[in-house]
Structures are given as structure tokens and as C-alpha cells.
Design a protein around this ligand. Structure first.
Ligand code: SAH
Ligand code: SF4
Length: 361
């Protein structure tokens, strides 16, 4: 019989699993606490479970996190872990320490199918979706590695699903993993401390709003369809008018909520005064904040980072119009852990990279 990997199960699924072995629902909550709050990897540790159950569990279940590969620490305290997800594929998880909070940046897919023009992950193509255990396993490992501060609080206070992949194209696994992040018996993070970043998969944004309205970041990067079609090709399927309507729906029921628009500044491409003006018009009716991201280069990217002065001018124009616009500091540069540089190792089923090189030859 195949053993169930308990890290793949959210709370309702853990309750079902317990029922299947004749155990009451409160056992599911005990298991969740051992697995996720204490990071247990051995049933023998679970001292408040009946001895008979502790003996039975290894026959029917296992605790199998993704295998941890190399770990790197940057001079600025940023850490990166490579996870080996089989078949020669690797994904990356990044921890970013800041004053007052610690953020873990989690991957949801091996590669990404969406081919945004400025993104190293998109360049690699898509291999497969990560499982719940592989998504939540990134937080499981990072918590084990980082532990708690002297007050007993977790070092990781926030999670952003902004690593490799498009979370809303791995909807079911992402939502189950996020439900564990939010569940008080597991990681107990508040819904405002978990952010899903999407390139704008409109129908999935609506489903997310109904299922689990966590904080939402939308990767905008261009203020008009012509430019966005080029930079973020999924725009051809879900153009800006539809995307803005979905953003308005997402925050409509919660007056304190807002969308975070991410906007990478690319030298001479989308960083001119007219782009800032068009952006203000586009987002006029959406409660939002802006996160401006200096482009992080990678080999053969074909774009340059906007000069600092132009980034400042862009941010100032948005601020003058009354918007909150923060500029993301580049972290973990020395270990290639900055946004968009996460490349891991992806065996692209479509052999996209090779095909492109052949075309270029
Ligand atoms: N697929 C999702 C989440 C992963 S990408 C999305 O697109 O939102 C996470 C963020 O990294 C996005 O805002 C993306 O635009 C940004 N990013 C991608 N490549 C980048 C690069 N080269 N430099 C800076 N940010 C980049
Ligand atoms: Fe995929 Fe996001 Fe990269 Fe676009 S920016 S290719 S959606 S990971």
C-alpha cells in the first residue's frame, strides 16, 4: 500500500485521513501541530498521540518534505535554498530578513510557461506543478533552519508566493498550501501576511477571492495593452480592461484591502513620464499600492535596469498623485536570489531554450 505523505494534506484532508484509520478529528489537529508547528519528521516524536497510533502511523503514512539541496547566505543576510524536486529539476526558496519582519519567497512551479520577456524563470520553460508538500515544504524547511527569535516568535512572519512559477496556474495545490499557512493548527499566519503574486490569470483571481482572499500582488509592468502584450504575453488572453475589473472585484468586499501592483522598470521601455501618466489613468478606480522593482539582469536578458534617477522620478510622479509607491531594494544580488533571477534548474519538456538557440543560429 502507498503511504500517504502527510505534508500533502491540508486540515480537511488530514481529518479525512484520520477517519480512514478510525481516528477522531482532533487527532488531525494534533498531527498538524506536530508537523507544521514543531517541524516534526518522525512519528516517534509525537508524544501526545496514543502509543498504538504512533506505532501504526509509519505503516500508512510518511512525512516527506522535498529534499533540500544547497543553501547559500548572502552578505546582506538573504538566504537561498535549492530544493531538489526530482528528475534533475530544482526550485528555489529565498528568505529576506528586514527590520521587524522576515519574508519567505516561495516557488509554486518548476519553471513557468508564461514567458514574460524579462524573467529568468520564464526563459527556462515549464516542467511541472509543485505538490502541496513541495510548496508548504519550503516553509517547513525554512522554519526548521531559522527557528524562533529570543521572544519565541517565528523568524518568518510573512510569505510571498513570488518565487518560480505562476501560482494561479497551480491553483489547487497553491490554495491548499496557503490554507496550511493560514491555519492556526499549522503556521497561523494572518491572511494579510501571505501574498500571492500573479501575472493576471483573471478567472483564477475570482476563484481565489471566493476561496481564500489573501493579499494579492499583480505583476503589471506596462500601462497599455500593446506594451503589456510584449512584456507579459498572457495579457493577450486577459487584457488590461479585464484585469483591472478583476482587481476591483478582488478588493470590493473588504474596504481595507488593496492590490499591490508590481512594476519592473526597464530602461527606455516602460519608465518614461508618459508611462507613469498612463498608469495613473489605468489604475484610477482600483484601491492599490505600487511596488516598483529595479530590473535584475541575467545573461541574455535583453533589457537594462532603469537609472536610479528615473526610478525616483517615476516613484515621485505616482506619489504626487496620492499613491503609495515603494521601490523594492535589491537583495541577495551576490547569490542570484533577487526577483526574477530564480532559475533553479528546469528540464523544460518543450525544450524551449534549445529551440530558441537553434532559431537564433
Ligand atoms: N508568476 C508570478 C509570480 C512569480 S514572478 C508573477 O509573475 O507575478 C514574481 C515577481 O518577480 C513578478 O512581479 C515578476 O514580474 C518579477 N520579476 C520577474 N523577472 C524579474 C527581473 N528580471 N527583475 C526583477 N523582477 C522580476
Ligand atoms: Fe512566469 Fe511570473 Fe516569470 Fe512571468 S514573471 S514568466 S508569470 S514567473
Amino acid at each position: 500500500m502507498n503511504r500517504v505523505n502527510l505534508l500533502d494534506l491540508d486540515l480537511p484532508a488530514l481529518v479525512d485521513f484520520c477517519a480512514s484509520i478510525g481516528e477522531k478529528p482532533y487527532r488531525a489537529r494534533q498531527l498538524a501541530r506536530w508537523l507544521h508547528q514543531y517541524g516534526a519528521d518522525d512519528f516517534a516524536q509525537m508524544s501526545d498521540l496514543a502509543k498504538t497510533l504512533r506505532a501504526r502511523l509509519p505503516e500508512v503514512a510518511e512525512i516527506r518534505p522535498p529534499s533540500l539541496g544547497e543553501a547559500q547566505v548572502s552578505a546582506d543576510g538573504t538566504r537561498k535554498w535549492l530544493l531538489d524536486v526530482g528528475g534533475g529539476n530544482r526550485v528555489e526558496t529565498v528568505f529576506i530578513p528586514e527590520t521587524g519582519r522576515g519574508t519567505l519567497c516561495v516557488s509554486t512551479q518548476v519553471g513557468c510557461a508564461l514567458e514574460c520577456a524579462f524573467c529568468a524563470t520564464g526563459r527556462q520553460g515549464f516542467n511541472r506543478n509543485l505538490s502541496v508538500a513541495e510548496i508548504v515544504g519550503q516553509l517547513w524547511w525554512a522554519n526548521r533552519a531559522l527557528g524562533r527569535d529570543p521572544k519565541g516568535e517565528r523568524i518568518i512572519s510573512n510569505v510571498v508566493l513570488m518565487g518560480m512559477g505562476e501560482p494561479l496556474l497551480n491553483f489547487d495545490h497553491t490554495v491548499r498550501a496557503v490554507s496550511l499557512m493560514l491555519d492556526d493548527h499549522a503556521y497561523g499566519l494572518s491572511r494579510r501576511r501571505v501574498t500571492i503574486s500573479t501575472s493576471g490569470i483573471v478567472p483564477a483571481m475570482d476563484r481565489l477571492r471566493e476561496r481564500m482572499p489573501v493579499a494579492l500582488a499583480v505583476s503589471l509592468h506596462a500601462p497599455d495593452d500593446t506594451l503589456r502584450d510584449r512584456l507579459v504575453p498572457i495579457n493577450r488572453k486577459y487584457p488590461l480592461k479585464e484585469l483591472m475589473a478583476a482587481c476591483r472585484r478582488y478588493v470590493a468586499d473588504a474596504p481595507r484591502d488593496f492590490i499591490t501592483f508590481e512594476y519592473i522598470l526597464l530602461d527606455g521601455v516602460n519608465d518614461q513620464p508618459q508611462h507613469a501618466e498612463a498608469l495613473l489613468r489605468l489604475t484610477r478606480d482600483v484601491p492599490c499600492k505600487f511596488n516598483l522593482i529595479p530590473f535584475n539582469p541575467f545573461p541574455h536578458a535583453g533589457f537594462r535596469r532603469s537609472p536610479a534617477q528615473r526610478v525616483r522620478a517615476f516613484a515621485e510622479r505616482l506619489a504626487e498623485a496620492g499613491l503609495v509607491a515603494t521601490t523594492r531594494k535589491t537583495r541577495g544580488d551576490d547569490i542570484d536570489a533577487a526577483c526574477g533571477q530564480l532559475a533553479g534548474q528546469v528540464d523544460d519538456r518543450s525544450r524551449r531554450v534549445i529551440r530558441r538557440l537553434e532559431l537564433a543560429a
